[in-house]
Design a binder for this molecule. Structure first.
Ligand SMILES: C[S@@+](CC[C@H](N)C(=O)[O-])C[C@H]1O[C@@H](n2cnc3c(N)ncnc32)[C@H](O)[C@@H]1O
Length: 252
């Protein structure tokens, strides 16, 4: 490769084959210029590292905060009694804004995601939060890899938490059609661990982006033996889109 070509490309993201073909390393495609950003939910102020705009790669959607998380966090900060003293697991945590807010009220929060790059920033945000020595924070926070529908990964988490969780949380986590059935498989497994006990539910911050998904999400929940209920008074406009909080439980 000529020196001029090398100078045009960041040195740490390029390699060349024996025949001189330029190979771009994966870091060439990843934007990790995270900015420390302040978010306020009622009286709660959170500072997190995140991107400000979406990556072109759909799988890196978790690098920024989505409207569903803003909606869910507003709801949770206004209804903090739902979280008080609970254990919670969050699915598709992204940068962790929901799980980290919940750590102000819960006893224990496990934040999960399937994307390794997203897990890196999620862990950084957990460290940041813990090192800020926030006197309001009381929960043990951890991050775990979890791809929806992957029972091995779920079982690994459950080995550490055999009693399951009081709450399952999710915000803006139904971007792709084919991820909705495995999402509800995982939700059902988590809810079944607490069947018979009161208070175990999946709280979903839902933002409407397509009519197809508006129909598919409740339909899949029911198909998986779950009941889905819109929480009264939560339908609102967020980032010019309609959002709502759903509570999802095992069907009787
Ligand atoms: C649109 S982002 C929402 C992130 C965060 N909850 C928020 O609202 O800001 C969707 C998140 O779900 C994760 N995700 C997508 N598909 C997944 C899957 N099949 N299993 C586990 N996580 C997944 C992504 O990595 C991403 O972090």
């Amino acid at each position: 490769m000529s020196e001029t070509k090398k100078e045009l490309i960041k040195p740490n993201v390029v390699d060349s084959d024996d025949d001189g073909t330029i190979c771009l390393g994966e870091s060439f495609f990843i934007d990790d210029n995270y900015e420390l950003t302040t978010f306020t939910f009622g009286p709660h102020v959170l500072q997190l590292l995140c991107l400000q705009s979406a990556s072109t790669d759909f799988d890196l959607t978790g690098q920024l905060v989505w409207p569903g998380a803003r909606l869910l966090n507003e709801y949770l900060s206004n209804n903090a009694e739902l979280l008080q003293g609970c254990s919670a697991v969050e699915l598709g945590s992204g940068v962790g804004i929901t799980g980290i807010l919940c750590s102000r009220f819960c006893n224990e929060v496990v934040l999960t995601d399937h994307n390794d790059e997203v897990l890196k920033i999620l862990n950084k945000n957990i460290d940041l939060h813990e090192s800020s020595e926030n006197p309001n924070s009381c929960a043990a926070l951890s991050a775990e890899k979890l791809e929806w529908g992957n029972t091995d990964q779920l079982n690994q988490i459950l080995q550490k938490h055999p009693e399951g969780f009081d709450l399952v949380l999710g915000a803006d986590i139904y971007i792709l059609q084919n991820s909705v059935p495995p999402l509800f498989e995982t939700v059902k497994e988590l809810l079944l661990l607490r069947s018979g006990k009161e208070g175990c539910k999946f709280i979903l911050g839902y933002v409407s982006r397509s009519k197809m998904m508006d129909v598919m999400v409740p339909k899949e929940a029911v198909k998986h033996g779950l009941q889905i209920r819109e929480v009264e008074g939560t339908r609102s406009v967020i980032a010019n889109l309609e959002g709502v909080i759903y509570e999802i439980t095992l069907s009787n």
